[in-house]
Design a protein around this ligand. Structure first.
Ligand code: ZN
Length: 119
């Protein structure tokens, strides 16, 4: 991946403190703007998607246009706070699921994770 100024600024924001984060593109754009780095939302999305493609981030679809990017790329699940939208990691091995349903129409399961909604 080529190093560009937007990519470097976003890498600093997302990875340099070593803390796992769940972020939206809007949050990233606002944080960069607060730091005096104005990067368009489209550019932020493109960069986040590039990070997903190379395995630096995981994308979590929460329905509709609600997309969150996760710096924790290990297999894990989430609690979703329905009031605040906050995601909390659930370690993959913290509970057991006895079986998965069969995939429809001859397809196969590629990956899976759970989002448990809490209030
Ligand atoms: Zn997570």
């Amino acid at each position: 991946m080529r190093t560009t100024r937007p990519r470097l600024a976003m890498a600093q924001l997302l990875f340099f403190d070593g803390q796992d984060k769940h972020v939206t593109a809007e949050w990233v754009a606002a944080e960069l703007s607060n730091a005096g780095k104005n990067i368009s939302l489209a550019s932020v999305y493109n960069t986040l998607n590039s990070f997903v493609e190379v395995g630096l981030l995981r994308q979590i679809q929460l329905g509709g246009a609600n997309i969150v990017f996760d710096t924790n790329t290990q297999d894990h699940h989430h609690f979703l706070d329905m009031k605040t939208g906050e995601l909390t990691d659930i370690p993959r091995d913290s509970f057991e699921l006895s079986a998965l349903p069969n995939a429809p129409n001859g397809r196969s399961i590629d990956s899976w994770d759970l989002v448990i909604r809490v209030k």
